[in-house]
Design a protein around this ligand. Structure first.
Ligand SMILES: Nc1ncnc2c1ncn2[C@@H]1O[C@H](COP(=O)(O)OP(=O)(O)OP(=O)(O)O)[C@@H](O)[C@H]1O
Ligand SMILES: [Mg+2]
Length: 428
């Protein structure tokens, strides 16, 4: 997830109820999946899933893609040679869910070379009776979002389909700097508690203003009383916001720990822990008082540095394997595994909050993971999430493809493979 993986927005429950009511009126309670002789997948053995199902996705002028994918309800495998469009299909699905790309902040880059606009459309089943048609239209400058043909605001649109992406960019969470882990935590919290975004933004604003002030005090070469008073005003705001962030992150890591499938990839002990930068300095159960004290003690140091040294923007998430920092000592496969464990825990937390799992998108599933780990992962996901994975290896399909819907991706087109378990058939 160029971290945006986890831009999930939880449904406002009353809104969902309203939309369902609208859909039922629209459909007259009929099973939409059976309408118009369109293709759909017969559910395989792992198809009894709670919550949203992506039934189909269609790409129009989106990168090199053409046509549609009619998804199986369990495991879907996109297989193809390098550069054929497998990751592009995952990106398209993710755009449909989040209205954003995990590859680029400029969605316009996804418009096919030489074209002016693109779109991704899809149908999501919310239950057997209720489906929604989603569409993200990408113009030269702006994007427009549609639900059942009606233009929607981002807020209304983002309630419809949730997805979690696992790709090599996401590994920054394990391999990168603390900032990547803080962002990951914050985005995960936002996915189950959207108002938290305000706290994070307010805190970032306070830090920015305080930094500007510290910088100007440094430039003027004075830290007299009036400067101290100004800083104190910012610090008062900072303490309130910081303690909310501290508590939210602590609680979220506790929730992750509660559902962490520790033994999934073997007996190695896995531990995750929120690490406050104030830890060495006193009693964290009195967080506000401790932070307040540290801000006072470190006032001169902050002026000398010209930026804020104290607060949760200096915290980290500790990831340990056999009590050792996995970032420094873990192998590539172990780093991938621990991130997968955290992502799976994230899916569980999301499920416990919303009663449904997000769609799980895994790019290059067999990169760096051995056969045993892939097997454990897929067994864990079966019956939980609707999953779309990509691979370039036939051996992966031979080994794990029995219950999957398999698509051969060639030059952007995803063709259902004859004889794959969840075979596309015309609906009756
Ligand atoms: N805006 C665009 N318009 C048209 N084609 C594009 C655009 N952006 C990327 N492409 C094409 O998409 C292809 C890459 O697709 P993608 O990254 O999905 O491949 P892949 O199947 O995942 O390959 P790999 O196995 O190497 O990961 C390239 O051929 C590239 O030229
Ligand atoms: Mg790829």
């Amino acid at each position: 997830m160029t971290l945006n993986i986890y831009k999930l927005y939880t449904a406002n429950q009353s809104r969902i109820q309203k939309n369902i009511a609208e859909d039922q009126t629209l459909t007259g309670g009929r099973k939409i999946a059976r309408r118009g002789g369109e293709l759909r997948f017969i559910a395989g053995s792992n198809a009894k899933l709670a919550g949203m199902i992506l039934e189909s996705v269609t790409a129009e002028n989106f990168r090199n893609l053409s046509g549609s994918v009619h998804c199986g309800h369990g495991l879907n495998i996109l297989i193809g040679l390098n550069g054929q469009g497998k990751t592009n299909w995952l990106e398209a699905i993710n755009v449909l869910a989040t209205a954003r790309s995990f590859r680029t902040a400029r969605l316009q880059e996804a418009v096919r070379f030489g074209e002016d606009s693109a779109a991704v459309a899809g149908r999501v089943l919310r239950s057997e009776q209720v489906s929604r048609d989603l569409r993200v239209a990408i113009g030269g400058r702006a994007k427009s979002l549609f639900v059942n043909g009606k233009q929607e605001t981002a807020r209304g649109y983002l309630n419809q389909l949730h997805s979690v992406v696992f790709n090599s960019d996401e590994l920054e969470v394990v391999r990168g700097q603390p900032e990547a882990r803080r962002r990951f935590l914050d985005e995960s919290i936002i996915s189950i508690h959207p108002p938290y975004v305000q706290t994070v933004n307010d805190y970032a604003r306070v830090i920015k203003q305080k930094n500007a002030l510290l910088q100007s005090i440094q430039d003027r070469g004075t830290s007299g009383e009036s400067s101290a008073a100004q800083i104190e005003t910012w610090n008062a705001q900072l303490v309130g916001l910081a303690s909310r962030i501290h508590r939210s992150r602590l609680r979220y890591v506790e929730r992750l720990n509660d559902v962490l499938a520790r033994q999934l990839f073997g007996p190695e002990s896995v531990s995750i822990r929120y690490e406050s930068s104030l830890e060495p300095h006193g009693d964290l159960s009195e967080y506000d008082a401790l932070l307040d004290e540290r801000l006072k003690v470190r006032f001169q140091a902050e002026v000398a540095a010209g930026y804020s040294l104290i607060g949760p923007h200096r915290d980290d998430l500790e990831l340990l394997l056999e009590d050792r920092d996995v970032r420094k000592y873990g192998s590539a496969g172990q780093q991938r595994s621990i991130l997968l464990l955290i992502q799976l825990a994230n899916l569980e937390v999301y499920f416990s909050q919303n009663g449904e799992y997000p769609l799980f998108l895994i790019d290059d599933i067999d990169a760096e993971l051995d056969h045993e780990r892939i097997k454990s992962l897929l067994e864990h996901l079966a019956g939980r999430t609707q999953t779309v994975v990509t691979t370039s290896k036939e051996s992966f399909v031979a080994e794990f493809g029995q219950n999957a819907a398999i698509f051969d991706v060639v030059a952007g087109c995803a063709r259902p493979r004859e004889g794959s378990r969840e075979t596309a058939v015309p609906a009756v």
